[in-house]
Design a protein around this ligand. Structure first.
Ligand SMILES: Cc1cc2nc3c(=O)[nH]c(=O)nc-3n(C[C@H](O)[C@H](O)[C@H](O)COP(=O)(O)OP(=O)(O)OC[C@H]3O[C@@H](n4cnc5c(N)ncnc54)[C@H](O)[C@@H]3O)c2cc1C
Length: 393
């Protein structure tokens, strides 16, 4: 659950649209990222492993748009997490835009009619939602939470979870994308594992034909009592509003368990989460049961708090940086951590999360052999590489 992917470019202003995605095509079509000094800062953030593939100067980067064969790619097109971390660093260094992002500039790079032709939806989105004309001025963008690599542990061939009769596929399931999903791979995941989950559920139902599971009435009563308890009111003076608990939860996770994590900050987040759990027990909802978003949020908050605790506890335990998990106090990848999964489960009291380490099942050698050896050499120790068969062709 510690592996959370941030997309580098979401809208940062106005607050009502914060987080809405700004497509990668803006950068693919020539848009560049600048800080408050007007500097195209991504050249400062090219990691060593990518130095041979990305241009280290503006002239070469700009030539790439018309001649991809003879020039290296602009660093604005580095992997998502690299760009997200770079933006985060610029903002933290005080070189951000007025609303806490950086500038994504396409207006000085392409003629207005070309921008409208190539990026019609972005032109429309910024005009309608932020009153910004992207043919005349830069956009303000910043990293936004995009995808959770972790999720429900499932059996890969049937998508069966450890709860009998419960199947999970898609983003809610975990494990498919390792520590960092590649662009486009969610949709292929949905197609492949959606089918497997459907087939797995059908086979399960057939196998259970004459022994349908029995649900205890007491469990149903307890669930419904818990669901409506928020209408009854907590202790006098301690009544909480679900929206303020939700906002505080978002802010805590954003500030303390965000793109770049530090052990001390994650510990602070865990203290804050305990306080928020206490406040959530005193939530009071007004109104009726018919379409009541405050009630729905109150019901969801219990799960949001548990998921946040999973992310924070696993992020604190994983003392390395890998994929979507970056620890400033543990910046490198650690070969021992590669072999470990952190498995979260609700504790026996039902009010918190336990995290246990489990051995990662190694990738099958024949599948490992499909990767380019030179690429693997960047991520594995020589001892580990010796176990990997070389690619045949
Ligand atoms: C802006 C954006 C752009 C993306 N672009 C791409 C891309 O180009 N290519 C790619 O591969 N991936 C992309 N992704 C990722 C991909 O879209 C998602 O991972 C994928 O859509 C998840 O599908 P899903 O069916 O697993 O979950 P969802 O699409 O999230 O579906 C879950 C559904 O469950 C419903 N639900 C939730 N709780 C309850 C409840 N208690 N009761 C009943 N229903 C409930 C929700 O309302 C929702 O409809 C993008 C993601 C984002 C945010």
């Amino acid at each position: 659950m510690e592996f959370v992917q941030f997309h580098p470019t979401g809208m940062v202003w106005p607050p009502s649209v914060k987080g809405i995605l700004v497509t990668e095509s803006v950068r693919g079509d020539g848009g560049v990222l600048r800080n408050s000094d007007g500097k195209r800062f991504m050249f400062e953030y090219i990691p060593d492993v990518f130095k041979d593939k990305y241009a280290d100067n503006e002239d070469e980067a700009d030539r790439w748009y018309t001649d991809q064969g003879n020039n290296r790619r602009p660093p604005e097109l580095l992997p998502r997490d690299e760009v997200a971390r770079a933006i985060n660093s610029e903002v933290k260094a005080g070189r951000g835009s007025p609303h806490g992002g950086v500038f994504l500039d396409v207006s000085s790079r392409l003629p207005a009619e070309e921008i409208i032709r190539r990026l019609p939806s972005m032109h429309h989105q910024f005009k309608e939602l932020a009153d910004v004309d992207i043919t005349k001025e830069p956009m303000e963008v910043g990293p936004t939470c995009h995808y959770v690599m972790g999720g429900v542990e499932v059996e890969p061939d049937t998508a069966a979870s450890s709860v009998a009769g419960l199947f999970a596929c898609g983003e809610v399931a975990g494990g498919m994308h390792g520590s960092n999903r590649l662009g486009g791979n969610s949709l292929s995941d949905l197609l492949v594992f959606g089918r497997r989950a459907g087939a797995g559920a059908c086979a399960y139902v057939d196998s259970q034909a004459d022994k349908a599971p029995v649900i205890a009435e007491s469990d149903v009563d307890a669930a419904s009592r818990r669901a409506v308890a928020v209408f009854e009111g907590g202790e006098a003076g301690a009544q909480e509003n679900p929206y303020s608990v939700h906002t505080q939860l978002q802010q805590t996770m954003n500030d303390l368990v965000g793109i770049i994590r530090r052990g001390g900050e994650v510990e602070q987040a865990l203290v804050a989460l305990e306080e928020l759990k206490g406040r959530a027990r005193n939530i009071v909802v007004e109104g009726h049961r018919q379409f009541n978003p405050g009630w729905h949020l109150a019901l969801d908050l219990r799960n949001m708090l548990l998921v946040s605790e999973c992310v924070a506890k696993a992020a604190l335990l994983r003392t390395e940086s890998r994929g979507g998990h970056t620890r400033e106090d543990h910046p490198g990848m650690d070969a021992d951590w590669r072999k470990q999964l952190l498995v979260c489960a609700v504790n026996t009291a039902g009010d918190g999360v336990d995290v246990n380490s489990k051995d990662q099942i190694p990738l099958r050698p024949d599948l490992m052999g499909l990767f380019e050896y030179s690429e693997l050499a960047k991520y594995f120790t020589p001892g580990e590489l010796a176990d990997i068969p070389a690619k045949e062709s």
